[in-house]
Design a protein around this ligand. Sequence first.
Ligand SMILES: Nc1nc2c(ncn2[C@@H]2O[C@H](COP(=O)(O)OP(=O)(O)O[C@H]3O[C@H](CO)[C@@H](O)[C@H](O)[C@@H]3O)[C@@H](O)[C@H]2O)c(=O)[nH]1
Length: 425
Amino acid sequence: MLKAIILIGGPLKGTRFRPLSLDIPKPLFPVAGLPMIQHHVEACVRVPNLKEILILGYYPPSELQQFITDMIQEYKVNIRYLQEFTALGTAGGMYHFRDQICSGNPDAFFVLNGDVCADLPLQELFSFHQSKNALVSVLATEATRQQSLLYGCMVRDELTSEVKHYVEKPSTFVSTLISCGVYVFSTEVFQIMSSVFNNKQSDYYSDNNHSTKEASCMQLEQEVLMPLAGTGKFFAMPTTTWWSQLKSAGSAIYANRHYLHLYQDKNPQRLAESRAKDASNDSRCNIIGDVHVHPTASVHPSATLGPNVSVGAGAEIGPGVRIKESIILSGASIADHSLVLHSIVGRATQVGKWSRVEGTPCDPNPNKPFAKMDNPPLFNMDGRLNPSITIIGCSVTVPSEVILLNSIVLPYKELTRSFKNEIIL
Ligand SMILES: Nc1nc2c(ncn2[C@@H]2O[C@H](COP(=O)(O)OP(=O)(O)O[C@H]3O[C@H](CO)[C@@H](O)[C@H](O)[C@@H]3O)[C@@H](O)[C@H]2O)c(=O)[nH]1
């Protein structure tokens, strides 16, 4: 029997996801029509004999409750949210809830960082784990030399796949093979976590310089994986399937495109059909490429959507509207003949007629092999806003006939004019 753990952090995490994470916890932000971590849940339920999914974080349980109920109903699998009393780090929560994880005696358990998006080969990773008789197996991918410094970097034995050396976010180059933040652990790993925890406790009681927080917090990467490298227990399985982090709002547009593309094979019923396929149905709007439209959204037949657009529940798209490479959240309305490009339109936001909402795509550099998304800071060295997608928070009013370019609008604003490269507070 197998289990899975999804690490979702808490309200203090996901700051680069603002303002989208102001009204919805980041792990529940919809990408390709599903809450971000529902894609993880779907990957887990495809693994045979996986009996339970535990979501670990320090969000108040009320924020996750509806999602958990929906998941249980939809996938008929045991899913529970376990709340950490404070941020316990990437391994502290697992150690704290070790009895819950080990109950029922699983053969192994997956651990998935909640802020990655990927075509996850979980079954393959588990078979690899078994074949190596490993304690820990990690999914690995290639990055550029420069970008590798932002991830966990590994030196792997080509013959045995053993991780010989692991450094978390090194300050100088170590390897272009990086950790995807997706693992399989055997339950014996808790013996190692237990000695890390006990050492920290004795340090805490013998030396007053340590804070209580440091004593209860445990980082998987630095405190468990780094010492395991070179011991014959830690293995890496490289993958060439799509993988990316989902840190900034800009990366949500990129993830949206890839998840929509994956629907072509795995869930074609989630993609809107183009009018060309069914000429008799002229109530259907014009669809280009991969587009997801929630069944309760209304789209005028003269609108054109796509490629790579998701439209949420109850959204209203008016006549002549053109939307491309964007996410329109639930209850938003885009009035007649407006244009939305490379943007995220927040919940219940209203865009007037003949307006233009446009951002700058921030995709990985296609000319660099293995390039990942750059997640640039909001401001550049001169204090100016880095060009990025346009993000409109929830319940904003954008009037008719304005242009909103490369801007971020905080929730509940009523705009009265056009804006370019601004944060509207
Ligand atoms: N439950 C819980 N989850 C946490 C905590 N702290 C972080 N997390 C969750 O753990 C995941 C990783 O957290 P980060 O600390 O933000 O690490 P990172 O910069 O994303 O780097 C990690 O992921 C990379 C791949 O995306 C890896 O390359 C790297 O080695 C590392 O594992 C995220 O999903 C985050 O929400 C915590 O205290 N408690």
